[in-house]
Design a protein around this ligand. Structure first.
Ligand code: C5P
Length: 404
């Protein structure tokens, strides 16, 4: 799983996982592990069909508790297992969902434990189908899928491609990451709903000749964590991403760019319409004056002198045209005088908040999964945070900015 999808901190929340009879049932174990990694408590129900592919014991062993047995089970701890998820869980996810279970849910049948639990579940429900493409395209399945959408289910997938039986088409189980994010979104506060957020992230690449460029080792993780956190909290997110190879949830608009000037163009175009701007990209301050379209050939041993010209400061230019009501968050990666430099940039770039870190300290900065931040707000608020995962830093930065 990609780092910017590894959100923790959902402590105290509970999710009920329903698994049905599909060859993809084993992938529900990955989903379970991802949910548990997010600090969630997870209970599970396997239909009899699911039990043909993977046993409830495996879910128990990986931390699901309880794993419900069938209806009318004399050994069950409570006669009300069919009602418990509705009383206890914050969201229910049925993954993978077979055509039969989709039909049960669409028509409100209560003829197995999972179907009864879904009927008695008042909270958000997420469904991710998996089946053969012909079964997926069958008119009955299409109708049931539409009905589930109308009933308020969040529908994830299915993907297209090769399926287990050798056919190709639509019906593949969605990526576990996509399903996880749909669950996390369903249980996240929607306190950024209605806000448009632009995030720059990753490095830039400044071409010099046909094969060489000037860049830096930014992984884009911090910005991606901010983009995904805002998305989970309901914001309309536009990520302007330098070349970092990250993928984003389908609900995030992504503009891929290479150079600082391309990033500047994309960010400047998006900014007038945005409520919040966040520049976390590691933009190259200078670009080499291009050698040309050809590959540079070695010419002796006297070294090489390359001229550089100045790139636009994207954040500063957004700050210059910031309107009342817009908020701008910047970053400062420093190796000395962290606080003084952060305070200077807060002012010079007309920011509302700046998150600074000492990139020479252990565990903080480029390519790490963690950051130790000093956060300055234009109101004078100042916070020192301990070493935290970037996903947690992202969540806290939005909290802090929204306090305003
Ligand atoms: O001045 P400095 O480069 O340290 O400022 C860092 C902040 O400015 C970061 O938020 C970075 O994304 C942004 N920046 C930018 N365009 C540049 C240089 C930095 O948006 N050319």
């Amino acid at each position: 799983m990609q780092r910017h999808y590894q959100f923790a901190g959902f402590m105290g929340k509970r999710v009920h996982l329903g698994v049905t009879g599909s060859i993809a049932a084993y992938k529900a174990l990955d989903l379970l592990r991802a949910l548990i990694r997010a600090d969630l408590q997870v209970s599970a129900t396997l239909t009899p069909g699911a039990e043909e592919f993977v046993r409830g014991l495996a879910f128990e062993a990986l931390g699901a508790s309880p794993v419900y047995g069938p209806m009318f089970d004399a050994r069950a701890e409570s006669p009300f297992g069919h009602l418990e998820p509705g009383q206890l869980a914050d969201a229910m996810v049925i993954a993978p969902a077979s055509a039969t279970t989709m039909a049960r849910l669409a028509f409100g049948l209560g003829d197995d434990m999972l179907a009864c639990q879904a009927l008695a579940f008042p909270g958000p429900k997420i469904i991710a189908p998996a089946m053969n493409p012909k079964m997926w395209e069958a008119p009955a399945t299409r109708r049931n899928w539409e009905m589930l959408g109308e009933m308020g289910y969040t529908r994830v997938g299915p993907d297209s491609g090769h399926v287990a039986c050798g056919d190709t088409g639509s019906g593949r189980f969605a990526q576990v990451d996509e399903i996880l994010l749909a669950v996390l979104k369903a249980i996240s506060p929607q306190d950024m709903a209605g806000r448009k957020v632009v995030v720059t992230l990753g490095p830039t690449r400044e071409s010099w000749d046909a094969v060489r460029f000037w860049s830096n080792p930014s992984s884009g993780t911090m910005g991606a964590c901010l983009a995904v956190a805002a998305y989970l909290r309901g914001a309309d997110v536009h990520a302007v991403a330098g070349p970092c190879g990250l993928t984003f949830p389908a609900g995030i608009r992504v503009t891929n760019v290479n150079s600082a000037r391309e990033m500047y163009e994309a960010a400047s175009e998006a900014w007038p319409d945005a409520d919040i701007g966040c520049c976390s990209a590691a933009v190259a301050d200078y670009r080499p004056v291009p050698f040309g379209d050809q590959k540079f050939k070695k010419t002796g041993t006297d070294g090489l002198t390359v001229q550089f010209e100045t790139n636009p400061d994207i954040l500063k230019s957004l700050g210059k045209v910031k309107k009342a009501g817009q908020m701008l968050l910047g970053f400062a990666a420093e190796t000395a005088n962290v606080e003084a430099e952060a305070a200077r940039k807060l002012e010079a770039k007309n920011l509302d908040m700046i998150a600074a870190n000492d990139v020479s300290s252990d565990g903080s900065g480029f390519g790490t999964a963690t950051n130790r931040m000093l956060v300055l707000h234009r109101s004078g608020r100042k916070e020192h945070w301990p070493l935290l995962s970037k996903t947690e830093v992202a969540w806290r930065l939005w909290d802090h900015l929204l306090l305003d």
